[in-house]
Design a protein around this ligand. Structure first.
Ligand code: ASP
Length: 365
């Protein structure tokens, strides 16, 4: 859609201006009171609806990634009371365009920022469409225990009741909260926050879209007040064996959606086109039609790693339940949905093609 993006006027102009003034006032007040004591949070911006603009505040349709990082930071009242904020732009795209190249660039930059002595925590702004994938990817390749929180928004920055500023405020509050260290990447939206491994987008337009369907949220945050719930019990961060340091690309892994009357054709096409791994978004407990199963078996015999996941929003894909994974040489995804299975399989394939080792990784991560 092509939109002539208006300079922020009416509601948004008021919101941005108020935010800017409040932000500036707070920053100078904080400096006067000795702001050096506040934690230093670096914002890495990548685009998305949170940086999106409509032609006017009630117009239908918008363009992602229209505003830059400083505009986003300055639109949040009182952010300077929580932390010393600085920002940089890593990308400015709708997250439907997120790809391996941006993931590698973002992960490398994140690790560099976290390793530098001048940052205590990082906040990443990102579109919501692929936030569940990027966050899981980052949680597996981040070499630091320092907090990393990702936020997005469902309404563009110009909308009436834009949710971005509150999500940024609460995201920073989570990032600087005393128990945030060592939790891996956290996704914070609409007063809840979630472990990257668990979180999924569940609603196309509602601000209450992110849920951890099997396990529930990692905690809640209300106007900057943070309450953590259960810890994460899987390997992540410095405990993960995966690293992006020497990578300039990731192995190709395709996701293929199962359905009634599924043909083997897309599985065959993935193999022909060079996929090193295939994730099946299976029906039920990772099932597919008999012809598709035959094609998947052939792919596995040819050395392509096949992971069975499910197109269902909840539950686990169990090994050797209805499908004999031992005999067919498949991996069962357990709790990981297809996009997260794809992330783990891409990283697993940077280490090994051994199906048993990869199955162990799906239990560990
Ligand atoms: N398509 C947008 C994106 O993912 C949606 C959003 O950010 O909410 O960038």
């Amino acid at each position: 859609m092509s939109l002539a993006v208006a300079t922020p006027r009416t509601t948004q102009l008021a919101a941005l201006t108020l935010g800017l003034l409040a932000g500036l006032a707070t920053t100078s007040a904080a400096v006067a009171q000795g702001a050096t004591a506040l934690p230093r949070v670096r914002v890495l911006a990548t685009g998305g609806t949170i940086a999106g603009a409509q032609a006017s505040s009630t117009d239908y349709g918008y363009k992602s990634g229209a505003y830059d990082v400083n505009t986003l930071i300055n639109a949040v009242p009182n952010l300077g009371k929580l932390a010393q904020i600085s920002g940089e732009q890593v990308a400015n795209i709708g997250s439907q365009d997120m790809n391996d190249e941006v993931w590698l660039k973002l992960a490398k930059r994140l690790n560099a920022v976290l390793a530098s002595g001048d940052t205590d925590a990082v906040l990443i702004t990102h579109g919501t469409d692929t936030l569940e994938e990027t966050s899981y990817f980052l949680s597996l390749v981040t070499k630091s225990d320092k907090p990393v929180v990702m936020v997005g928004s469902m309404r563009p920055a110009t909308a009436t009741s834009a949710d971005g500023p509150a999500n940024i405020y609460n995201g920073v509050a989570v990032a600087v909260s005393p128990r945030a260290k060592g939790r891996g990447t956290i996704v914070a939206l609409n007063d809840e926050f979630h472990y990257a491994r668990n979180v999924v987008k569940t609603d196309t337009t509602s601000v209450q879209t992110f849920k951890s369907l099997n396990r529930g949220p990692a905690g809640v945050v209300h106007t900057g007040k943070v309450e953590w719930f259960q810890p994460m019990d899987r390997k992540l961060g410095p405990k993960s064996e995966f690293s992006v340091d020497k990578l300039d690309k990731l192995p190709r892994v395709d996701i293929i959606y199962a359905h009634a009357n599924m043909s083997p054709d897309l599985i065959d096409a993935a193999v022909r086109n060079g996929a090193k791994g295939i994730v099946i978004a299976g029906v039920g407990d990772g099932n597919m039609t008999t012809p598709a199963l035959e094609a998947a078996k052939k792919a596995a015999r040819a050395g392509v790693v096949v992971v069975r996941s499910t197109r269902l929003p909840m539950g686990l894909t169990l090994r050797n339940n209805e499908v004999n994974d031992d005999e067919l040489g498949f991996v069962a995804s357990g709790e990981l949905n297809p996009p997260k299975s794809r992330v783990l399989l891409q990283l697993a394939l940077t280490k090994t093609t051994d199906v048993k080792r990869i199955q162990a990784m799906f239990y560990e991560y």
